[in-house]
Design a protein around this ligand. Sequence first.
Ligand SMILES: [Zn+2]
Ligand SMILES: [Zn+2]
Length: 258
Amino acid sequence: MLIKILVDNTAEEGFESTHGFSALIEDDAKFLFDVGPNELFLKNAKTMNVDLSAINTVVLSHGHWDHGNGLLNLSNKRLILHPDCFLERFRKRNNTPVGLSMSKEQLQGNYEIVESRDPYWISDKMVFLGEIPRENDFESKESPFLLSDGSPDFVPDDSAIAIKSEKGLIVISGCAHAGICNTVSYAKKVCEQGMVFAVLGGFHLKELDEVTKKTIQFFMEEKVSVVGPTHCTSFKVRDEFKKYLDVLDLNAGNQVEL
Ligand SMILES: [Zn+2]
Ligand SMILES: [Zn+2]
């Protein structure tokens, strides 16, 4: 299977970076996973010689601007997402909007929208996980976001992709607001596969705190062979992962074959 990173907070020479995430995932089907905050995914795809007109499906990891605002730049695709992606949401810190800039109605003309809280199989091997249960006792305990009624927003729509492979499970997250360990545990359950081969994407870990420590411990216990923390994973956390695990440095413009 192939992953081409189209948008990330860092970029290879010749590519542009921005805060956001977008990747093209190819196995027994091909689809875009997130589209970043603007049209940059189109520009970087062109530089990579990727023809996005041949891609019929877009999957959104969750309803945050840095993963989804680029949706306004595409049309005539199927869009798979959790129904709560369209919630109005704000940063607690300064009350600025953090959700998608467009409504569901605005997208309906350009997309065939498939909403799913349950796992949704994109192909025989690849599944959109839908709503991820928050089961462990250390992840997703706090949230920096609020809903429009002032209640905390734990981003219930946060999802990920799981891919069954002979080497073991491959999990690709957007921001992992559900917690990357919760995400991996749920992927194992949905795919009925015990071995985890690779986990890539945003892990939403910033500090060398208890959550990061327990996450690294979890990855070691699961014997994850390939780890690719990117986007919303800080560099000090990536360096900490590198002490214990095989870590891939991912940037916009990278192509990863697993
Ligand atoms: Zn997010
Ligand atoms: Zn993000």
